[in-house]
Design a protein around this ligand. Structure first.
Ligand code: KG4
Ligand code: ZN
Length: 340
């Protein structure tokens, strides 16, 4: 069974072909980061228009790379939500129209389910059940994943998402959008312990997070510096921010493992690319004898492969596909609505 996957929930157009027997055949991605950078954030209308421009050429190159034709596709999976409504509409309308023309069914996919399952694209994938730490630009959740569609929410952020906190703190330090990865690079040059930032909710006793106070603490640090931010300050502040957020994420993830008794941790979403987070969790995994799995770096951030995979796993686990043609995007769509 060959599944075409289409992702267009935010500022990346991703297309992929996933074969139920052979795995991922090919994928292609266009990131709009450079286009949005000059505005300091994603401009939804520009995002939608760019998806329109990219989707056909990306589909062509994905088919070419896999040496497949449209006629080989058995079903079309696409991101139905959550995300920007206009951006979702482009991918959804394209997917539904293509499937209708090919007389094939569609599988609307939840974007976060794509992230949750993305580590299964690796050569050495985890097995169910596992704990997932989902850390993206829009979400921060700890989830118990018992099987495809079997998700239990263990805890989540009460305000900003981890990626959002990275991006907002980066902006405060004068870094261009999206600053998460840049802040993390800068933190490598920073000295540990120069500034001490709060670890919000570290001892809250539950598995929830809160990051808006951490961002405010960075703002206070920045204000204390006056007009000019020295490079050394920026690096030290970036280091302090990263140490604080990584400690909270890692400790809560460990607590989730302890609480569930599970021995496998999956880290998914853009912040899962963070080197310090990975080093900390790898270290804890060695000491506390659990295994930690990350998606390949290219599948940490938004991509079509995770959508094609999620669509395929959904079909295999008994979720029916639907006839192409009618659809409705869900810009706000709690993951728990699809959990069994
Ligand atoms: O999963 P993703 O591509 O998008 C959403 O679905 O939200 O995640 C993007 C987020 C951004 O906030 C970005 O700054 C952050 O992931 N990010 C990082 C790193 N790479 C990307 N944050 C920290 N360290 C990184 N290396
Ligand atoms: Zn995402």
């Amino acid at each position: 069974m060959l599944i075409l996957g289409i992702e267009s929930s935010c500022d990346e157009t991703g297309i992929a072909l996933y074969d139920s027997a052979a795995g991922l055949l090919s994928h292609a991605l266009h990131s709009q980061v450079a286009m949005h950078a000059e505005y300091g954030g994603v401009v939804p209308e520009l995002a939608s228009r760019d998806h329109v421009r990219r989707v056909v050429p990306l589909l062509r190159s994905t088919l070419e790379k896999a040496q497949k034709s449209l006629a080989d596709i058995d079903a079309v999976a696409y991101t139905r939500g959550p995300g920007l409504s206009g951006a979702l509409l482009v991918g959804s309308a394209f997917a539904e129209a293509l499937a209708l023309a090919l007389d094939k069914p569609t599988i609307p996919v939840h974007h976060l389910e794509g992230h949750l399952l993305s580590p299964l694209l690796s050569a050495d994938p985890p097995t169910f059940p596992f704990v997932a730490l989902l850390v993206s630009g829009g979400h921060t959740q700890l989830m118990q994943v018992t099987g495809v569609g079997e998700y239990t929410l263990l805890g989540e952020t009460l305000d900003d998402a981890a990626g959002e906190a990275f991006d907002k703190s980066a902006k405060l330090l004068g870094l261009p959008y999206p600053g998460g990865a840049l802040l993390s690079k800068l933190a490598e040059q920073g000295r540990p312990g120069v500034y001490e930032l709060p670890r919000p909710m570290l001892h809250s006793g539950d598995l929830n997070f809160s990051f808006s106070g951490l961002k405010t603490a960075v703002l206070t640090l920045v204000r204390e510096q006056g007009e000019h931010l020295a490079d050394e300050f920026k690096a030290d502040a970036a280091r302090a921010f990263q140490e604080a957020i990584v400690e909270v994420l890692a400790k809560k993830a460990l607590k989730a493992l302890k609480q569930t008794g599970l021995k496998q941790l999956v880290v998914a979403g853009g912040v899962g690319a963070n080197k310090q987070l990975r080093a900390t969790l790898d270290d804890e995994a060695r000491r506390k004898r659990f295994r930690v799995y990350y998606p390949e770096l290219e599948f940490c951030t938004d991509n079509g492969a995770m959508i094609a995979l999620a669509g395929c796993l959904r079909l295999q686990s008994g979720t029916p596909s639907k006839p192409a043609g009618e659809f409705a995007v869900l810009p706000r769509w709690p993951l728990m609505q699809i959990a069994g």
